[in-house]
Design a binder for this molecule. Structure first.
Ligand code: GMT
Length: 383
């Protein structure tokens, strides 16, 4: 099929998932056209069957507002016509589902464009609750031929917030378990674990919902009992505040800020425990990538995290903000090497058995076929 893929190109789970999906679909012979305002972060390698169409938003001195949603709709129209797209798959409802709908209406006279919308999290649980956006999202979900959500939690929350009659397919996020597996890198080991310390690791976009500061608090607790370092990967609005807290708690020398990184399997592989103390998380893709590299997770029992991490098997989950308990859980693994080994094996097993690409990507292919058939059976709606 020829698939138009719309996503945010930034350091966030929905863009990562869309890009990894694009890579896998391209490998399986589909032609994938990314349509967004910048090169998606993980699209940095050449691959057959993958194309990138940059959306340029015109500016004019009179107009101070951001015209991106309209520019995106216009670009989708262009790409759909020129490349004869079979389906449009948008990731993150705002504004992508609305722009996708608009593009489809513009094309209606000449071409059908089945629309698949994948919900990722804050598009439903946070931004989508803005009173101005709510009716638009409700409408765009209604108009999509298929709506998918990345966890059972998000499906339920979407129905609660936008209507119990909405039809939503749950397709969990996935990981390439061949690529994401433990890799030895002695140089990195020497650099990040110079004295053989225990390593706690966190990866995120440092937004307030991630509660990165809780990682620092957990480290400070853990260090009361054993020598440990915290490695932080990513960047975002909470970075300076996190640096300030490191100074306040006197742990600056034991925290490494690596910034945005692409060699994630190598970095994840040096970790003993992955921390995910989020306030909201519809799935927790970063935790799944860690598990695939045999790293157990200590996090919060909120949102969809419990659908990924099995408490007491592949990790431990605590109440939001309970840093003492999270530290106790981390120590439980760090001071019992046999237990840590067992959790490592279970984390990898969970990733391979429940979330490998080979299990999940065919579900998206089936959704594209379903969307296309719905479009044919409702021609006034999509053609
Ligand atoms: O908030 C983020 O972490 C970014 C956000 C996104 O949409 O880019 O992530 C959401 O989508 C990810 C991929 O499906 C999920 O793994 C994250 O759990 C989800 N984040 C939240 O729900 C806060």
């Amino acid at each position: 099929m020829k698939i138009g893929m719309v996503c945010y190109p930034t350091y966030g789970g929905s863009g990562v998932l869309a890009t990894e999906l694009g890579h896998q679909l391209a490998k399986r012979g589909h032609e994938v056209h990314f349509i967004t305002y910048d090169m998606p972060m993980r699209l940095d390698r050449f691959q057959d069957n993958i194309y990138y169409h940059e959306v340029e938003t015109p500016s004019y001195p009179l107009l101070e507002s951001d015209l991106y949603p309209l520019a995106l709709a216009g670009k989708i129209v262009d790409v759909a016509k020129y490349e004869s797209l079979d389906v449009l798959h948008v990731h993150y409802a705002i504004p992508h589902a609305v722009s996708g709908y608009l593009a489809r209406q513009v094309l209606a006279e000449k071409q059908s464009l089945p629309l698949v919308t994948t919900l990722h999290g804050t598009d439903i649980t946070l931004v989508g609750l803005e009173p101005t956006f709510h009716p638009l999202i409700r409408f765009a979900l209604d108009q999509s031929d298929v709506v998918t959500a990345v966890s059972g939690f998000l499906e339920e929350r979407t129905r609660q917030n936008f209507g119990s009659e909405l039809s939503i397919d749950v397709i969990p996020n996935f990981v390439d378990t061949e690529h994401y597996q433990r890799r030895e890198n002695p140089d990195l080991q020497r650099h990040l674990r110079p004295n053989g310390e225990a390593i706690l690791l966190h990866v995120s976009n440092f937004r307030p919902v991630k509660r990165v500061q809780d990682c620092v608090r957990v480290l400070a607790e853990v260090r009361k009992k054993l020598d440990a370092r915290l490695v932080l990967v990513g960047d975002g609005p909470d970075r300076s505040e996190t640096e300030r807290l490191c100074r306040e708690l006197g742990v600056s020398d034991h925290v490494v800020f690596l910034g945005k990184q692409s060699a994630l399997p190598e970095i994840l592989s040096i970790a003993d425990v992955f921390l995910l103390p989020s306030q909201q998380e519809s799935f927790g893709l970063s935790a799944l990538e860690a598990m695939s590299c045999s790293v157990p997770v200590v996090g919060t029992n909120i949102g969809g995290i419990g659908e990924v991490v099995e408490h007491g098997e592949s990790g431990y989950l605590a109440e939001l903000g309970d840093v003492e308990r999270m530290a106790r859980y981390a120590l439980e693994l760090l001071v019992h090497p046999k237990k840590l080994d067992h959790f490592r094996v279970q984390a990898r097993r969970r990733a391979v058995e429940a979330f490998d690409i080979s299990l999940i990507v065919p579900q998206y292919e089936a959704v594209y076929v379903k969307a296309a058939s719905r479009c044919v059976s409702k021609p006034s709606h999509c053609t």
